[in-house]
Design a protein around this ligand. Structure first.
Ligand code: NAD
Ligand code: UDP
Length: 323
């Protein structure tokens, strides 16, 4: 294996920090760039004394000149409460962040990876969702800053590939969970686990019949590395997620069972434009990457529950009031 200089934007976040762990342990020269909007330095503290790891506090909406061989562009708030807190900034982060990393990739001749999302499919009318599905996004709703920002980033990546021959990879990530999720991100897995551990009511939005398909963090990051390692013919988006689909009510019941909690389920209004169902068609990832998720929900939840039991939530700053 050759040692590469790898930039990870959003590298201190939930997924980025685990990706940095993998790249550092593989011996690469890793630059983690983050503005710490939705993360903390503590996520990468253990990497700071590695000579092949470097941390830069920087906002991806501003240009930066670095010399790199590969770029993973993950910088963007990902939890609905976080990306809706300052929607204009969210759109700028996706679009200007993409322009800045693509410009850097063009100048350096680097390969560049975009962390896209299942949200490009919006509230899908096709189930499960293959990459060929063009989606059902409300362009003016509260999720649009994220959905349309990520769609615009995919457009920019495709155009830099067509116009300048850039080597691009685009992963459409479906709901991913695991250790180092932010305890105050308001996402369903972290919310339910913390509520269950603390014996608080579990808040189900809507009637809990909406579905999601949950992928464990380590499986997802393995998919990232395999996608980055493909040849340049793989420039079109690839879904990465676990196709095992659960309703939100089933998830709540599972969390109660695994934590042995006496928490009760309570029901709150479903947020506007909350997708009713979501499940990846991962045929393309299986064929191109020989990738399959290996950690199923019970095991992944168990590991995540252990993580949340091990942390002191007072050590975390809530990035926004929305959790
Ligand atoms: P996260 O919020 O933990 O990580 C995002 C990181 O980006 C944070 O460290 C944050 O501080 C940083 N960031 C945000 N804005 C920035 C800016 N302007 N400049 C520099 N850094 C900035 O979320 P995550 O779950 O780790 O998501 C990582 C990426 O994966 C995101 O791009 C997200 O859209 C994508 N994604 C995640 C999921 C999921 O289920 N976790 C699903 C789909 C897509
Ligand atoms: N959800 C819920 N209770 C919570 C947090 C979320 O019922 O405390 C629901 C939310 O309405 C959505 C699903 O869980 O239907 C997943 O929400 P999340 O914010 O994790 O991610 P999304 O897939 O919506 O981006």
């Amino acid at each position: 294996m050759s040692i590469k200089r790898v930039l990870v934007t959003g590298g201190a976040g939930f997924l980025g920090s685990h990706l940095c762990d993998r790249l550092v342990s593989d011996g690469h020269d890793v630059i983690c760039l983050d503005n710490f909007f939705t993360s903390q330095k503590s996520n990468v503290l253990h990497l700071l004394d590695h000579s092949n790891f470097e941390l830069i506090r920087h906002d991806v909406t501003h240009p930066i000149w670095l010399e790199v061989d590969e770029i993973y562009n993950l910088a963007c708030p990902a939890a609905p409460g976080h990306y809706q807190y300052n929607p204009i900034k969210t759109m700028k982060t996706s679009v200007m962040g993409a322009i800045n990393v693509l410009g850097m990739a063009k100048r350096c001749g680097a390969k560049v990876f975009q962390a896209s999302t299942s949200e490009v499919y919006g509230d899908p009318t096709i189930h499960p969702q293959p990459e060929s599905y063009r989606g059902n996004v409300n362009p003016i709703g509260p999720r649009a800053c994220y959905d349309e920002g990520k769609r615009a980033a995919e457009t920019l990546f495709s155009d830099y590939h067509r116009q300048h021959g850039l080597s691009i990879r685009v992963a459409r990530i479906f709901n991913t969970y695991g250790p180092r999720m932010h305890p105050f991100d308001g996402r369903v897995v972290s919310n339910f686990i913390l509520q269950a551990i603390k014996g608080k009511d579990i808040t189900i939005f809507g009637d809990g019949s909406q579905s999601r398909s949950f992928c464990y963090r380590d499986d997802l990051v393995e998919g990232f590395l395999r996608l980055m390692a493909t040849d340049d013919s793989v420039y079109k988006p690839v879904n990465i997620g676990n196709p095992n689909e659960f309703t939100i009510k089933q998830l709540a019941e599972k969390v109660i069972e695994l934590t042995g909690s006496s928490s009760k389920l309570i029901f709150a209004p479903l947020p506007e434009d909350d997708p009713l169902q979501r499940q990846p068609d991962i045929t393309r990832a299986k064929e191109l990457l020989d990738w399959n998720p290996t950690i199923e929900l019970d095991e992944g939840l168990q590991r995540t529950i252990e993580y949340f039991k091990s942390i002191n939530t007072d050590d975390f700053r809530a990035p926004t009031p929305n959790y």
